[in-house]
Design a protein around this ligand. Structure first.
Ligand SMILES: [Zn+2]
Length: 241
């Protein structure tokens, strides 16, 4: 079985992954809320707009965050939700139970996800996050719990890494394909950017070091108990926007 220590492939090169201020504004508009703890862009539309936000494996609050690749493009997130509503996850999970080749490829995808997250933690200065060692997202390696997570991984890794993410992308071809820009009208480009949440920053600045340390430890403990694919505070478990 393959246990890569570096991701096998990444869709974008280092320069393309750097989030510009305009990218961060676009992400916030796509999500309808401030984009936080985004360290890279995981995948882009042919026009350059972000499709996937890459989130730090540990949030600024100290909470470990296993869902590294977060699908943000409204056209893709809606299309993937339609697949989920049509029962794709149960069907895929059932197939994983009887198709050894698929199960093996999906386990390799799980290890690639972990390797990618570790590489991102290293190159962005976040460092190791032992609380989520061995924990990927989306139900990997044995189940399918969130197709948005798998599609986010497939888009960030490129084709051939996550078999079920690739399958889901093929399944939404009616609404979105990698070759064609579907950004027009997908979100309001004129609306004010959802406000950045500055309260945490302000509070951290004013806090005394001992209190800060205690709060971070509590946050870590809380985070370790969370569902592997959930996003703290803003979205239901499942890692979707
Ligand atoms: Zn586009």
């Amino acid at each position: 079985m393959e246990h890569p220590t570096v991701p096998r492939h990444e869709a974008l090169d280092a320069a393309q992954r750097v989030p510009t201020p305009a990218d961060l504004d676009t992400l916030s508009r796509q999500l309808g809320r401030p984009a936080r703890d985004v360290v890279e862009i995981g995948a882009r539309c042919v026009c350059g707009n972000p499709l996937v936000a890459t989130t730090a494996p540990r949030l600024a609050s100290g909470i470990p965050f296993p869902t590294t690749f977060y699908l943000t493009h409204p056209v893709i997130t809606s299309a993937v939700s339609r697949l989920e509503a049509a029962g794709a996850m149960a069907e895929m999970t059932e197939r994983l139970g009887r198709d050894e080749d698929l199960a093996s490829a999906y386990t390799a995808a799980h290890h690639d996800y972990l390797a990618a997250r570790q590489a991102i933690g290293a190159r962005t200065g976040v460092g190791p996050v032992p609380e989520i060692d061995g924990v990927s997202a989306g139900g990997m390696p044995t189940r399918v719990k969130c197709l948005h997570v798998l599609v986010g991984h497939s888009l960030a890794a490129g084709p051939g890494v996550n078999p079920l993410g690739d399958e889901a992308i093929a399944g939404i071809a009616e609404w979105w394909t990698a070759e064609k820009c579907r950004c027009g009208g997908a979100w309001d480009t004129e609306a004010p950017v959802p406000d950045r949440d500055r309260s945490r920053h302000v509070r951290t600045q004013a806090e005394d070091p001992a209190a800060k340390k205690a709060r971070r430890a509590a946050a870590r403990q809380a985070g370790a108990q969370q569902d592997a694919a959930g996003e703290p505070g803003t979205a239901p478990a499942g890692g979707r926007p």
